[in-house]
Design a protein around this ligand. Sequence first.
Ligand code: 5GP
Length: 210
Amino acid sequence: MVQRVYVTYNDVHKLCLEASHKILTDFKPELIIAIGGGGYIPARILRSFLKQPNGKNISIQAIGLSLYENLGAGEPGSPEEQPGKEVVRLQWLDFSSESTKHLIGKNILIVDEVDDTRTTLQYAVQELMKDVEEQAKKLGRSEKTNFSIFVLHNKDKPKKGELPEEMMTAGRYLAAQTTGDEWICYPWEARDIDEHDKLAAESHSVKEQV
Ligand code: 5GP
């Protein structure tokens, strides 16, 4: 039985605001990499909170990864998805753009909405580290590149994927909220946003058993 939890746009906004203080002081990101599609909206909201007075906006680059296949398509009320077996790379960085020309030596914040099995995050970090290694070799540079991670929700469950130990011990992984193993319904997935907000308002905890 999977429980559903409804999260509103306001919830997302506030989670990003709360997290932004730690992100600014501890991670000091110079580039955001949003994992699509769930990381796009949190990344954009976060960018506003990370902007320093008289400072520039931090660039957001997108990568598109897919692990889940929607089984409930066309069936309103069945938003849960079934995990696929492997990560499919739908979109990757554009290395001709100014912000990603050189990843080397940068503080890079990876943003996604939820850390479920951690498979997607593991893939993203591994592949980005490979890119950095290749760039460093090509350019003969050796500055340290720091990846950090921000997710809105981390599900407290055994993970299939692993993140570099150094990232975890250095506190460069931040989840705004830790949840149980439940299904989180995000507002951008809702067809009827008023109904979604109503369900969220009734209770921010369990609404349905499915
Ligand atoms: P992973 O299992 O690799 O950590 O998560 C892969 C992807 O599955 C997430 O980026 C997200 O798109 C989707 N996903 C996992 N759990 C949930 C959830 O509770 N709600 C929603 N909406 N998507 C989820």
